[in-house]
Design a protein around this ligand. Structure first.
Ligand code: NZQ
Ligand code: ZN
Length: 384
């Protein structure tokens, strides 16, 4: 196991009716900007619960944060914060609203052009405090310091991370997910699954705690993911998926182990150029990464096949083939297609995707830094 420090400052408040806890969780003297997305929270009652919990408090609203949240929109929110002297951000929604709110928190306090936080990794030295109510289990952003932002004008999707943008608290009420359309629920399960794989499917460092946690989370998603589609109001099932998605990317399983993230980096370019949902891009890229990197990942692929899919093949290469096929089949079972062609993306687009990776300096991806531009091209060809 590699050396590490681990600190996750986000207070998780989990369970039905817990949005009412906002009154206690938001600092008493806060001047609040309440951020949300395209309106799902107005239909499922979450908006009313938030407003009710914070009645009599200085509460300003900023709605309309898009999926794959846009820099242009977030800069307008930052202006609202400054104009009204607000000092606390409350994000209510999925990963896009929470990521977007993290960027607002950093942008408001940033000296200079805030795009540089993303494009040049300019250090974030100060950020407004934020909290969140999560309505879509998927990204893990509710208890991590990461944020992914899209600039529409240049078709770029870039990320930043800072300990200063961890939410102070995250309310996770599984009943808020009942209104999710099946495609978004599937996206959440696939995204969380791939987060675990990015931290697990590398090479062994004898990190038994991390491996067993990761395998337990993968099995939870394999068991509960399809059920979450079949029984959308099953509280236990939604609870298990929600907690698994948080645990997948709150830092715990990634400490002391090598990490990959090539699937995410390549996937972000597909979203930026073609507008696919984040998880759809992962379902396309991960099976191809597993195939392309099968020698480098050989030991973990075998472990994964045996422990997670209970595969018994004597021949190790057959076992690896079956593990990759089972992964693809799981995504398909969730209703998330796994080939570029399923989304009408032609092989002719691969050149452009590779050029975007190059322009973002993503030349050495993966846990060994051996996924060069040529390897990324080959991965995209395998995903065609
Ligand atoms: O905008 P509204 O109207 O709220 O509708 C949203 C949106 O259309 C809807 N939705 C959310 N909760 C709902 C609901 N509809 C009905 N009922 C509910 N309870 O779902 C749609 C998608 O929402 P979005 O927030 O975009 O989805 P998700 O949570 O999957 O977030 C995706 C974003 O997170 C980034 C992705 O790149 C993408 O931009 N990621 C962030 C990460 C992080 N910060 O650590 C890691 C991830 O790998 C990922 O990259
Ligand atoms: Zn993801």
């Amino acid at each position: 196991m590699q050396n590490f420090t681990f600190h996750n400052p986000t207070r998780i408040v989990f369970g039905e009716n817990q949005i009412s806890q906002l009154a206690k969780l938001v600092p008493a003297d806060a001047r609040i900007l309440f951020t949300y997305g395209g309106g799902s929270i107005k239909k499922n009652g979450v908006y009313d619960q938030v407003v009710d919990a914070l009645k009599d408090r200085p509460l300003f609203e900023f709605g309309g944060i898009e999926p794959n949240p846009r820099y242009e929109t977030l800069m307008r929110a930052a202006a609202t914060v400054k104009e009204n002297h607000l000092d606390f951000l409350l994000a209510v929604g999925g990963g896009s609203v929470i990521d977007g709110t993290k960027f607002i928190a950093a942008a408001v306090e940033f000296d200079g052009e805030p795009w540089n936080i993303l494009a040049k990794h300019a250090p974030v030295t100060s950020a407004l405090p934020l909290g969140c109510v999560l309505t879509l289990p998927a990204t893990g952003t509710e208890s991590n310091g990461n944020s992914v932002i899209t600039r529409a004008s240049t078709q770029e999707k870039l990320s930043f991370g800072s300990p200063l943008v961890y939410p102070q608290f995250a309310i996770l009420d599984p009943t808020t997910t009942y209104s999710l359309p099946p495609r978004q629920m599937a996206n959440g399960v696939v995204d969380a699954f791939v987060h675990i794989m990015e931290q697990y499917l590398t090479f062994p460092v004898d990190a038994k705690v991390q491996d067993r946690f990761a395998e337990g989370l993968l099995l939870t998603l394999i068991e509960e993911g399809p059920r979450s589609l079949q029984e959308p109001t099953n509280y236990a099932v939604r609870s298990n998926v929600m907690w698994a998605a948080t645990m997948a990317l709150n830092g715990l399983i990634g400490v002391g182990v090598p990490q990959d993230w090539a699937t995410h980096m390549i996937g972000h370019e597909i979203t930026a150029l073609h507008g696919l949902d984040h998880a759809q891009t992962l379902a396309i890229v991960l099976p191809a990464v597993m195939q392309h990197q099968r020698q480098q990942k050989r030991d973990k692929l075998i472990q994964y096949g045996r422990r997670v899919w209970n595969l018994q093949h004597a021949d190790e290469d057959q076992l690896i083939d079956a593990a990759i096929a089972a992964t693809r089949q799981f995504f398909e079972q969730m209703g998330t297609p796994t080939r570029l062609r399923d989304y009408q993306i032609e092989t002719a687009s691969i050149d452009k995707l590779v050029a975007q990776l190059q322009s973002h300096n993503l030349l050495k991806l993966g846990e060994h830094g051996d996924i060069t531009l040529d390897a990324s091209r080959r991965i995209l060809e395998l995903a065609a």
